[in-house]
Design a protein around this ligand. Structure first.
Ligand SMILES: CCC/C=C/C(=O)SCCNC(=O)CCNC(=O)[C@H](O)C(C)(C)COP(=O)([O-])OP(=O)([O-])OC[C@H]1O[C@@H](n2cnc3c(N)ncnc32)[C@H](O)[C@@H]1OP(=O)([O-])[O-]
Ligand SMILES: NC(=O)C1=CN([C@@H]2O[C@H](COP(=O)(O)OP(=O)(O)OC[C@H]3O[C@@H](n4cnc5c(N)ncnc54)[C@H](OP(=O)(O)O)[C@@H]3O)[C@@H](O)[C@H]2O)C=CC1
Length: 281
């Protein structure tokens, strides 16, 4: 789909790039010639993906065990990255989410999601932007949000609220940092199977209808489809796109509020919620 070397000369940090969609984004850009940096909390996952990235063609791969809830740790990671050469792009991909009845969430449960999605994305974005502005370098920040950012999403309210904040950040910085030649963009994925999303959002008994039937195109997304979109948006070919969020969901959001994926939760029993919470769903 793209010319070889589309991302040559680029160096991109993918938060949560060791697994799930982040891994697919990193792999696609590695194939297109980008130097890749990935971070996450699980060192073993990062180690394994780093080997895959090198095999895919990345000229260099750096990995950082870093919890993006920790602003100081992020700053250390960015210092270490810049010591070897500045990034040209950042992908805010790492996220935390789970289904729960909102009125029963503890403050810690709310913070667990908000701190990763909203605070983590803002910490990483400003860590990159500050360095680009000081160095007089252009840059691109792509944040992975969700249609929940605009439509809301019952039973995952902290995530929906955090994604709305990240989208507002994207649009605000497109204006504030435009004069520095820093682009900020977002993608809103629909259903792309990953361990994290299915493990946290799809407990047993929650699917009222087959998952593909939640989507007008009658199928789930393939990682290659969103990885190509992300590669395009990170490349210079998208150099005049800023402040925009591209939805890639087979038309699912047009069914209203993220489709019918949440319908099962209205009838969930206390026992089912407990099982979901323990991660046995
Ligand atoms: C909007 C749609 C689109 C988005 C899609 C995605 O993002 S898909 C990507 C999805 N991918 C991922 O999510 C991957 C990353 N996810 C994670 O690391 C975890 O799921 C995390 C977000 C809980 C953070 O982990 P951690 O180790 O920092 O947290 P911890 O275990 O120490 O708990 C902290 C607090 O939260 C509470 N609590 C926890 N679960 C539940 C629950 N089900 N029910 C109720 N509460 C729950 C827990 O009880 C505690 O509160 P307490 O009792 O002390 O007052
Ligand atoms: N899959 C889907 O259908 C959809 C996904 N999305 C969004 O796409 C993105 C990727 O989702 P997906 O791949 O499914 O999620 P996964 O849960 O599979 O992957 C999340 C990644 O983020 C990392 N991560 C989580 N918390 C932290 C943290 N505190 N610090 C650093 N890294 C962290 C995880 O690594 P580790 O645990 O090692 O830290 C993991 O590599 C997210 O932004 C999600 O909200 C949106 C809509 C739908």
């Amino acid at each position: 789909m793209f010319r070889d070397g589309l991302m040559s000369g680029k160096k991109v940090l993918v938060t949560g790039g060791g697994s799930g969609l982040g891994r697919s984004f990193a792999l696609r850009q590695a194939e297109l010639g980008a130097e890749i940096v990935i971070c996450g909390r699980r060192q073993a996952v990062l180690d394994e993906t780093a080997q895959d990235l090198l095999r895919a063609g990345a000229p260099s791969v750096d990995i950082f065990s870093c919890d993006i809830r920790d602003a100081a740790a992020i700053d250390e990671m960015f210092d270490a990255i810049w010591a070897k050469g500045p990034l040209t792009g950042l992908i805010n991909n790492a996220a935390g989410n789970f289904v729960a009845r909102t009125e029963r969430l503890s403050p810690k449960a709310m913070d667990a999601v908000l701190n990763i999605v909203l605070h983590g994305s803002l910490y990483c974005t400003t860590a990159a932007g500050r360095r680009w502005i000081e160095g007089g370098q252009p840059g691109t920040v792509l944040s992975v949000v969700s249609s929940a950012a605009t439509s809301g999403r019952a039973f995952t309210v902290p995530s929906a609220a955090a994604k709305a904040g990240v989208l507002a950040m994207t649009k605000s910085l497109a204006v504030e940092w435009g004069p520095y030649n820093i682009r900020t963009v977002a993608v809103a994925p629909g259903l792309f199977p990953t361990e994290g999303a299915w493990g946290n959002l799809r407990p047993d008994g929650s699917d009222k209808i087959p998952q593909a039937m939640e989507v007008p195109l009658r199928r789930l997304g393939d990682h290659s489809e969103i990885a190509n979109l992300v590669a395009y948006l990170m490349s210079d070919e998208a150099g005049y796109i800023s402040g925009e969020c591209v939805t890639i969901d087979g038309g699912r959001d047009l069914l209203g509020g993220g489709g019918s994926g949440i319908l099962g939760f209205f009838d969930f029993t206390d026992a089912q919620w407990e099982t979901a919470r323990k991660g046995k769903g």
